[in-house]
Write a protein that binds this ligand. Structure first.
Ligand SMILES: NC(=O)C1=CN([C@@H]2O[C@H](COP(=O)(O)OP(=O)(O)OC[C@H]3O[C@@H](n4cnc5c(N)ncnc54)[C@H](O)[C@@H]3O)[C@@H](O)[C@H]2O)C=CC1
Ligand SMILES: O=C(O)C(=O)COP(=O)(O)O
Length: 546
């Protein structure tokens, strides 16, 4: 059974999907932090969260089990994605399901600010009838500035246009023609936008570019009386600057749904005139919560049943059909990585992979990641997979270059890997026989044909009569059975240099190897251990169906 932990409350419609999957057992454990969260995460294969739980690097420290975290919502800023990636954990989200809810909440806050809804009702509750106190303004004819024209930003623009507002937008990643189609006039810079707007709303992610994007100098560029709304992320707008702007009278109103630090139950902004705040309710509609819970649970079930990776923020997408087509090659390159790591223990400085033939048309990024996973697996304590291998390689300063050619060589597809270690380099090439039988077809200058599985002895020797017989005799005495033998010669004539790859049924004792190395024609012999044939490679664990 796959075990999934639900870390924030999600809609029952999603949980029902987990129940009906048949192979998933889930537990709801909310409100976790610190050591409790770390221990919990270590007991599960998958996790679902919203914005309530903070999945920090500490919470993931030492986790050997978790394979996937699904965020039932958009923002993954409460998950340390870099740490998850290093640990080989896939992070997915469910963009789109809560767009309308958030856009409507933005409109609700804008309208409520404009018509003093909250203070007017408060005064009514106090037994007052102060119609003169709460004179409002109309949205119609006003200019709304929208920073970030993604899903929510565009949905807000549509609604604001229906209210007959003029919409000015800023998003360096949205083509101008698309903005025009939506009826949005775009600005090239934020400095062009600020002086024009009566209302300003932000809909970007929070990142290093957007943190404090609206601060004191930016507020100074805005019109006196501007109303500012944030339904995206706390931290995009500096809360102290908002307070100062309100106190000086430069800002006419502030509505916040999100805060720099959440939960936020105490803020100098709370209770100030012309301020309206909600506790991160943008996505809190029944419809949005049903959407995101269903989508999140579908992502999890698909991942654990078919290996599909969708909506991942830290891994290339992988659908079951592509995965099925890639499986044999992933296995081949992973084994080549494991082989190259074992023939020389010195750390690599750079690698080159050449994809030749039909394989060159495949998603070679994933294949190269599988090679890197194999190459690093032996050196590292942690498990290396398709998610973390590229980062771990980069962290070690190991460059990986790819070359692709669709020209068919000796095989329909061949993958040649070359690993450089300071002044040395080692080369091996592999091919797939049938759909799933990985074969070593070249090692250094030698052509050969050997299965890439189990325990292998790779030896280099002078091609003279009797070598194989003497090696066989030594292994026989040490009770090591030779299952398969493959030989190759640099030049196709006797007396030159040769390679022998022996598949062994058990790991040979060190004395047997020492005796073999004493044989005069043998220069070098290395034992390499690869997974047995067909064994599920560990890079995606239970996510990879057989
Ligand atoms: N309050 C709430 O409950 C909710 C908040 N959100 C938040 O709203 C934000 C937007 O969500 P979506 O529209 O779904 O995301 P999205 O990814 O569709 O849109 C984000 C847009 O911001 C733009 N952008 C990125 N950096 C920018 C920059 N420096 N300047 C200007 N534009 C920039 C991107 O090009 C993109 O078009 C996210 O931060 C999300 O977490 C989303 C849903 C609910
Ligand atoms: O989807 C997002 O980015 C949100 O901010 C919604 O957060 P929530 O799922 O309501 O905690």
């Amino acid at each position: 059974m796959v075990k999934v932990v639900v870390l924030d409350p999600i809609s029952p419609e999603g949980l029902k999907l987990l129940e009906s999957a048949g192979m998933i057992e889930y537990e709801v454990r909310t409100g976790l932090k610190g050591e409790d969260l770390r221990k919990t995460l270590a007991e599960f294969d998958g996790a679902i969260c919203r914005s309530g739980v903070k999945i920090t690097a500490d919470a993931l420290e030492g986790n050997k089990r978790l394979k996937v975290i699904v965020r039932a919502g958009v923002g993954t800023d409460n998950i340390d994605t870099a740490a998850a990636t290093r640990q080989g954990i896939i992070v997915m989200n469910t963009p789109g399901g809560n767009t309308i809810a958030t856009a409507e909440h933005t409109m609700a806050l804008m309208l409520a600010l404009s018509r003093n809804i909250f203070p007017a009702y408060k005064s009514l509750l106090e037994g007052k009838w102060e119609r003169h106190q709460f004179m409002g303004t109309e949205l119609c004819g006003k200019t709304l500035g929208i920073i970030g024209l993604g899903r929510v930003g565009q949905a807000v623009a549509e609604r604001a246009l229906a209210f007959k507002m003029k919409v000015l937008g800023y998003d360096p990643f949205l083509p101008e023609h698309r903005a025009r189609e939506l009826g949005i006039r775009t600005c090239r810079t934020l400095e062009d936008l600020f002086p024009e707007v009566d209302y300003l709303t932000v809909h970007t992610p929070l990142n290093e570019q957007t943190r404090n994007m609206i601060d004191r100098p930016q507020i100074q560029m805005m019109k006196k009386g501007v109303r500012i709304i944030n339904c995206a992320r706390g931290g995009i707008i500096n809360e102290d600057a908002l307070l100062e702007g309100l106190e000086s009278g430069h800002i006419g109103g502030v509505a916040l749904d999100v805060f720099t630090k959440e939960p936020c139950t105490n803020s100098p902004l709370f209770g100030k005139p012309n301020v309206l705040c909600t506790p991160h309710l943008g996505a809190s509609t029944e419809e949005a919560q049903t959407n995101v819970a269903i989508e999140a649970c579908e992502l999890l079930v698909d991942f654990f049943t078919t290996g599909a990776v969708r909506n991942s923020v830290n891994m290339a997408p992988l659908d079951p059909k592509t995965l099925e087509g890639l499986r044999g090659y992933l296995d081949l390159v992973y084994r080549l990585g494991l082989l190259m790591a074992q023939i020389d223990r010195e750390p690599p400085t750079r690698c080159k992979i050449r994809y030749q033939g039909e394989v060159a048309n495949r998603d070679t990024r994933l294949l190269s990641a599988a090679f890197a996973a194999g190459l690093l697996q032996h050196a590292l304590e942690q498990s290396v997979n398709l998610v973390n291998a590229p980062v771990l390689l980069q962290q070690r300063g190991i460059e990986l270059a790819e070359e692709r050619t669709t020209d068919i060589g000796d095989f329909a597809s061949q993958v040649t890997v070359e690993v450089f270690r300071n002044d040395k380099s080692a080369l091996a090439a592999g091919a797939l026989f049938g759909k799933s039988l990985p074969r070593l077809v070249q090692k250094g200058a030698f052509r050969l044909e050997s299965p890439l599985e189990g325990t292998m002895l790779i030896m280099y020797h002078r091609d003279v009569p009797g070598v194989i017989g003497r090696v066989g005799e030594i292994f026989g005495r040490h009770n090591v059975n030779i299952a398969f033998l493959s030989l190759g010669r640099a030049e196709n004539k006797p007396g030159g240099e040769a390679i022998g790859v022996l598949a062994l049924d058990s790991y040979p004792p060190a004395e047997a190897i020492a005796e073999i190395l004493k044989l005069e024609p043998i220069h070098r012999a290395t034992v390499v251990v690869l997974p047995p044939r067909g064994e599920l490679p560990p890079w995606l664990g239970v996510g990879m169906p057989k």
